[in-house]
Design a protein around this ligand. Structure first.
Ligand code: MN
Length: 333
């Protein structure tokens, strides 16, 4: 198993001035970082993380190696954020896919940039978002449908750069010939649902650059609320030669906003019915704040409410009984 073709595309979307997404497309290593922070700090954070990965070089070594790559990127972002007042508080997501010599693909991630796998004609989401709404869905307190339009869907629970240490999720996928992997920022996955992504990838399976372009276009058609980045690569039979396949091509195009709205792209304003409340800027909450944020989200379970009310009634009844007893005792004397 070895790398076949690959393509990467990034686009500011239709609402944001800058592009705070950064990516690495350096086979066998692919990654996307989606930065956050005031002014241009988000751009700094994602560029630092991507730069750290590029510098480390891909290497090999499975999950432990990918975790180490991501932790090194975290150290770089955190060090800068703690020494440069202008970038204080900045952070970034990171999602990495590394093609190993044995044909497996190691995925590591922090935050809500996703990895998907198209196998056969079916798309599977490989990563679990580290986000407030994903946590609520996992706890059964929010439906996946409600999560898609939740106003706080940009709140992530883990990021690179906000702490000296970071908890990284990593796993390995045994790839099969014809597998197509997609890594993307939430500017795609928030605007285009899994079914649509699956349909677009199936349509453009033989031309991954066309697929990347169609995904960006779909996100812009749906409103383009955020920066959009997509990387696609597929795996084919064969032994890795160290060099990408002959047919391999990389087309990475950063479209400016004018291009985004070019009539040839057929980007139309989103239909009113599909518009959902724009998410607030991405921010991260720590583990302690997460519980508070979740408590603020979820209505009190009805039984707890009833129990508390019954307790209050019992206390009042007991007080009345004491007063009555005192009055009766006073009168009796
Ligand atoms: Mn984003």
């Amino acid at each position: 198993m070895k790398l076949g073709r690959y393509a990467a595309r990034t686009d500011p979307g239709r609402k944001r001035r800058g592009n705070e997404d950064s990516y690495v497309s350096r086979p066998p290593l692919f990654a996307i970082a989606d930065g956050m922070g005031g002014a241009r700090a988000g751009e700094v954070a994602s560029a630092l993380a991507a730069g750290a990965l590029e510098e480390s070089g891909a290497g090999q070594g499975g999950e432990a190696h990918v975790v180490e790559l991501i932790q090194e990127a975290n150290r770089r972002v955190h060090e800068r954020a703690s020494t440069d007042a202008e970038t204080s508080g900045m952070g970034t997501t990171i999602t990495v896919a590394l093609i190993e010599d044995d044909g497996s693909v190691t995925v590591g991630h922090v935050g809500d940039s996703r990895a998907y796998l198209l196998r056969g004609e079916r798309l599977e989401q490989l990563t679990d978002d580290h986000s407030l709404v994903a946590e609520l869905v996992r706890r059964g307190e929010l439906s996946p449908q409600a999560a898609e339009v939740h106003p706080q869907r940009s709140v992530i629970t883990r990021a690179l750069g906000t702490d000296a240490d970071v908890d990284v999720d990593a796993f390995s996928v045994a790839a099969e010939p014809g597998d197509v992997f997609l890594i993307c920022s939430d500017g795609l996955s928030d605007m285009v649902d899994g079914e649509q992504i699956e349909a677009i990838m199936n349509t453009h399976r033989s031309d991954l650059d066309a697929a990347a372009k169609a995904l960006v276009q779909a996100a812009n058609r749906a409103g383009g609320e955020d920066n959009i980045t997509a990387i696609l690569f597929d795996l084919v039979d064969g032994v890795p030669s160290g060099e990408p396949d002959e047919r391999t091509k990389e087309i990475a195009v950063a479209l400016d906003e004018e291009d985004t709205l070019h009539p040839e792209d057929g980007v139309l304003p989103p239909p009113a019915a599909e518009q959902v409340a724009a998410p607030a800027d991405t921010m991260v909450v720590g583990a302690a704040d997460l519980e508070a944020a979740i408590a603020a989200q979820s209505p009190e379970p009805p039984q707890a409410g009833i129990g508390r009310r019954l307790l209050a009634l019992a206390v009042i009844a007991a007080l009345i009984a004491v007063i009555v007893a005192l009055v009766w005792w006073g009168l009796a004397r």
